[in-house]
Design a protein around this ligand. Structure first.
Ligand code: GLN
Length: 446
């Protein structure tokens, strides 16, 4: 009731939720109270959350913030949604996002942009901008997000919350509407590392319905929260500390480095020589996969259908032309081009080869260090409309986050401090399956 009241009184200023499911949440909360009274409650039983509107929710609209799916009521729950249901988490609603998760500012949503709670003239980041704003404004204690190129970490950084992108394959992609399947990964967004760990304990696990799901023994991701950092080797990637970083961000990150030195961590410079290629590689691979994944939205099976089509071709063309927004259309065009005969080798194949080199850079670095520390974003939250005219400028706001997705590594963003009244995010990148270590390093800062 507390959170529903906050949503009611504050969300008209933020626009963080596309759908509110208050009745359903209250019903689950009552069932959770009963479970607690019987002594059957887990740590998150009765703790309300919100889901990014990319996760299918049975009987509830799942729009992906697109006109294409505005009328889509999912007939089933995503794997992640099932898992939160099973432990009795009430779902307050579905969060706003960039259309089909394509964006870095939450301005491509068909439901309008989300405002950053720290300054409503500024963006919350994207694509999980609604989830980030909802947690930052305390409309919900936790939210799900997805991260294809930074969409959990970048909005977490710009709104002063904590968000974790797990190792690729940890969290089921079943029922999570696909953008770029080899990069997409769901993860938790919450106030603290500890809360993210509790959520990840629920979210992670094998799902046979996702062919890239990893079969790993269950683990408690909060098991290492208080492990000493004495002797921990932290790498600073030379390439991430160059030009383009805002001086206010650099100052806050330097202070964080000093803090960890005091706790006994050792800092080493590491090289990620191919990381400068990650943005161009991503903008071949991600659109290529998106052009294939979004072929299913044809106006025939589900979703938006144009009025009075003349024939089948007209139905396809107008349904897609009217149902998808400009950024989604741009990605489909770029991806279709990169995959077309004659260009495949020059673009897609080349990008895949560089992707391997980027992953190899990290492998080398993790031969020397335990974790890598970097800023999450080059600047704090920018103004609404500031980057919408130039897609390339917008794409560069993910310059520090994208390499991690290309390599499939786990990484998180946590609040590091403030610059001119706006939150600055610090990024911690770990080796494969090292989420528990990352959460411990983050927890000791918090
Ligand atoms: N901003 C990046 C993009 O527009 C990443 C988005 C994401 O991680 N979903 O593709």
């Amino acid at each position: 009731e507390h959170f529903l009241r906050r949503i009611e009184s504050l969300d008209h200023r933020l626009n963080s939720l596309i759908t509110v499911t208050g009745e359903q949440a209250l019903e689950t909360a009552r069932a959770a109270d009963a479970a607690r009274a019987r002594g059957e409650a887990g740590p998150l039983t009765g703790v309300p959350i919100v889901h990014k509107d990319i996760f299918c929710t049975e009987g509830v609209r799942t729009s992906c913030a697109s006109r294409m799916l505005d009328n889509f009521i999912s007939p089933y729950d995503a794997g992640v949604v099932e898992r939160f249901k099973a432990v009795g988490c009430p779902v307050l609603g579905k969060t706003n996002m960039d259309e089909f998760a394509m964006g870095s500012s939450n301005e491509t949503s068909d439901y309008g942009p989300v405002n950053n709670p720290w300054d409503t003239q500024r963006v919350p980041g994207g694509s999980s901008g609604g989830s980030a704003a909802a947690v930052a404004a305390r409309l919900a204690p936790g939210a799900t997000g997805t991260d294809t190129g930074g969409s959990i970490r970048q909005p977490a950084a710009l709104t002063g919350i904590t968000g974790l992108k797990p190792t690729y394959g940890r969290v089921s992609r079943w029922g999570m509407i696909a953008f770029a399947s080899s990069l997409d990964q769901g993860g938790p967004m919450a106030r603290t590392a500890e809360d993210c760990g509790l959520m990840l304990n629920v979210m992670a696990g094998f799902d046979e319905r996702d062919s890239t799901s990893l079969e790993r023994p269950a683990e408690d991701f909060n098991a290492r929260l208080n492990t000493t950092l004495k002797g921990l080797k932290i790498g600073l990637p030379r390439e991430f500390f160059g030009e383009g970083m805002d001086p206010g961000v650099a100052r806050v990150i330097d202070e964080a480095i000093d803090f960890y030195k005091k706790l006994g961590a050792d800092f080493v410079e590491v090289a990620l020589p191919h990381s400068g290629l990650s943005v161009p590689v991503y903008y071949v691979v991600a659109p290529a996969e998106c052009s294939s994944n979004l072929a299913r939205f044809d106006g025939v099976r589900y979703g938006y259908r144009c009025e009075d089509p003349k024939d089948l071709m007209d139905l396809y063309m107008r349904s897609r032309g009217e149902g998808f927004g400009p950024e989604v259309q741009r990605r489909i065009m770029v991806g279709t081009y990169a995959l077309s005969a004659g260009y495949f080798d020059a673009y897609y194949l080349k990008a895949q080869k560089i992707r391997r080199l980027i992953a190899d850079d990290f492998r080398q670095a993790f031969g020397q260090v335990d974790v890598i520390l970097a800023p999450t974003t080059p600047t704090t939250a920018f103004r609404l409309g500031e980057k919408t005219a130039d897609p390339v400028t917008m794409y560069l706001s993910d310059i520090y986050t994208i390499a991690v997705n290309l390599a499939g590594l786990p990484a998180m963003s946590l609040p590091a401090g403030f610059s001119e009244g706006l939150p600055v995010g610090m990024q911690l990148i770990g080796n494969y399956f090292d989420e528990a270590r990352l959460l411990g390093v983050a927890h000791q800062y918090q």
